[in-house]
Design a protein. Sequence first.
Length: 297
Amino acid sequence: MVAQDEHGGHMVTERVAPVVTANPEQVSAWDGDEGEHWTDHEDEYNAVVHRLDGYLLDAAHILPGDRVLDIGCGCGLTTRQAAGRAPSGHGLGLDLSSRMIDRARERSRLEGPHNVAFEQADAQIHSFEGQVFDVAISRFGAMFFTDPVAAFTNIGAAMRSGGRLALLSWQGLRDNEWLTAIRAALAAGRNLPDPPAGAPGPFGLADPEAVRRILTAADFHDVTVEAVNEPLRLGTEAADAFGFVSGLGITRGLLRDLDDAARTNALETLGAVLAAHQTAEGVLLDSSSWLVTAHRP
């Protein structure tokens, strides 16, 4: 990777050697186009799931002196929120995206809190110091492991006895209107196959029984899986939402094989769908996720 000069108001970033990983396909995406888009649209992504943040942080029961590990931290908002609840503790955010880690560091320098650190790393195989964390959290960042039992075993080994795990993961495709509506709008007459549940990706932890088996096998106890149903806010109004959604990875992927006419029609349909979901609170589409909690023995 190469150093990037400051240009056009962007922060100077110094890229380091590629992360050691057990998930090369995920690194290719998240340390590539996906990570770039998430960083460029950091505020929009955070606004989309803002209603869910409180569920995660409250379930983690973070105490003032806790050391918190944030798995798949993205641009670091949840790490900073967690560290804010642990003023005499510390937060460490891990992510596969070097660009998002750069942004997370920038945010913490400018906005605080300063009891945080960020590292580009794969939590499945990262060499942690030992049993140092009181809490591990993840806001939709723990669904991408090629071997989830190995990953959560490694994470658990970094936690102290009695340590608490809290994470959010998506339920199945058919339970998430925000995804089914986008896919239907962009199908353009195609029969789109459902992505497989359990494979690394958005639905890697969609099966609650599989989640219980994975965490139990990784030596977590008292595993609970609770449904959370909150609308996602895709924008303040239809045009705003269209600008954001039209650049999502799922949208780019579904448009890729369409000719110009079909692509234009699909985007017009997407715009109409988003307009139909505009409310006084913004463009809202339903979502369903799992709030998973567990403890280390």
